[in-house]
Design a protein around this ligand. Sequence first.
Ligand SMILES: [Cu+2]
Length: 149
Amino acid sequence: MNQPENINSRVMAGIVLVMTLFFAAACDRGAPRIGIEGVQAQMSPLISGSATVSLLIENTGNSADSLERAFVDVPGSLTELHAYEDGKMQAAKRIDIPAGKAVHLKLTADHIMIYKLPPDIKEGTQRTLTLVFKKTGQVKTPLLFSIAR
Ligand SMILES: [Cu+2]
């Protein structure tokens, strides 16, 4: 049912990745090179107005970076970085993205969580996720909402 939006979102994520690599290539050696893939926001069927964001953050550069903050263009929403330890999640100050590594953010690992989403955000809604990295700065990517099943 959401096939066209999914494809559209993948194409846009691809464009973001290419643009990120292009700008990173212009930087000095010793810089992180951040790419984003597979961004998805899964709304909780249990806790209304909350969603878990999963995505792959790849650092093909030769310097570490860290995700410091994230936000979405939904007024009133609250976005947090979460760490996952011993089956529990808790707020995290940052998520490290080591050089030459890909970090998969998901519910059972470090992840991004959005709270206080208004009722007009439903399955199929698309917004923009902004990731703020310590060295790379802001990276924007399309964010498609779905319902976790
Ligand atoms: Cu969480």
